[in-house]
Design a protein around this ligand. Structure first.
Ligand code: GTP
Ligand code: MG
Length: 253
């Protein structure tokens, strides 16, 4: 007997295509050394936070399929400003990605560290259009003390509905069983947030993270169809249409 194709496979794939096509529209919007220089926006904002060198900027470049949208570097502390990238088809902004400077880099003078922690805590607590936080965590280090502080800072907002995702970065550095273990441990520690494995080099977790970000910022579209896929026009880009750059050259740290 001939088996019918699995109907569930198609919508999931096209949801990822839509999300990746949307992320590819990312454009540099603005940069700010401090919170009060950020423009007030009324579209949902997704902040990428985490330890210095965790891979925040690389993750943004990978998700948006653009090589140098965000500045990534071997040298920790590369991102020193709050950088905003707008997203939206046909030039109509419908969300923003924010790349934040990392914390915990030992060589930073203590005063600067404290100042930066205050800026970030302020941002996380007061940014009104903040819709989701993506905490980048290198599973070889686990959650650092400062990650734990961050979790505490955002807890009240998460309880009020702020979306929260822990991305376990550089998963290419782990064996399959180490990765599975890191994932289950983080699920226990993520306070009800989502957790995904991710690797820019191995191109792992990209579709899953992209789809999650799309769903969070387009809840009405997502509710209309499976993962939002059915809610969009038939002209939505296919995976093969979405321009995809070569994987970024990554270091071996
Ligand atoms: N092997 C591997 N290396 C990665 C991956 N993602 C990022 N890296 C490397 O990690 C280093 C730091 O990456 P960035 O994206 O600059 O990290 P960041 O979190 O933005 O760092 P700061 O701006 O200092 O906070 C770079 O050398 C990247 O090439 C990955 O998935 N796998
Ligand atoms: Mg960076």
């Amino acid at each position: 007997m001939t088996q019918a194709p699995r109907p569930s496979a198609a919508p999931i794939k096209s949801a990822a295509n839509i999300a990746l096509g949307w992320l590819h529209t990312a454009k540099f919007l603005t940069t700010a050394p401090q919170l009060h220089f950020l423009p007030a926006l009324d579209v949902p904002e997704i902040a990428f936070v985490g330890r210095s060198n965790a891979g925040k900027s690389t993750c943004i470049n990978t998700l948006t399929q653009q090589k140098q949208l965000a500045f990534a570097s071997k040298k920790p502390g590369r991102t020193q400003h709050i950088n905003l990238f707008s997203l939206g088809k046909q030039g109509v902004m419908d969300a923003v990605l924010t790349d934040l400077p990392g914390y915990g880099y030992a060589a930073v003078p203590k005063q600067d560290k404290i100042r930066w922690q205050q800026v970030m805590a302020n941002y996380l607590v007061t940014r009104e259009n903040l819709k989701a936080i993506v905490l980048m965590c290198d599973p070889r280090h686990g959650l650092t003390e400062l990650d734990e502080v961050l979790l505490e800072v955002i807890r009240p907002r998460v309880e009020e509905g702020l979306k929260f995702l822990v991305v376990l970065t550089k998963a290419d550095k782990l064996t399959r069983s180490e990765a599975a273990k890191a994932l289950s441990i983080m699920k226990l520690n993520a306070g009800g947030g989502e957790v995904r494995l991710f690797s820019a080099t191995k191109r792992m977790g990209i579709e899953e993270v992209a789809t999650l970000l799309w769903d969070w910022t387009h809840p009405a579209a997502s509710a209309d169809g499976a993962n939002g896929a059915n809610a969009l026009p038939a002209t939505a880009p296919k995976m093969s249409d979405a321009p995809v750059d070569e994987p970024p050259a990554l270091d071996e740290d």
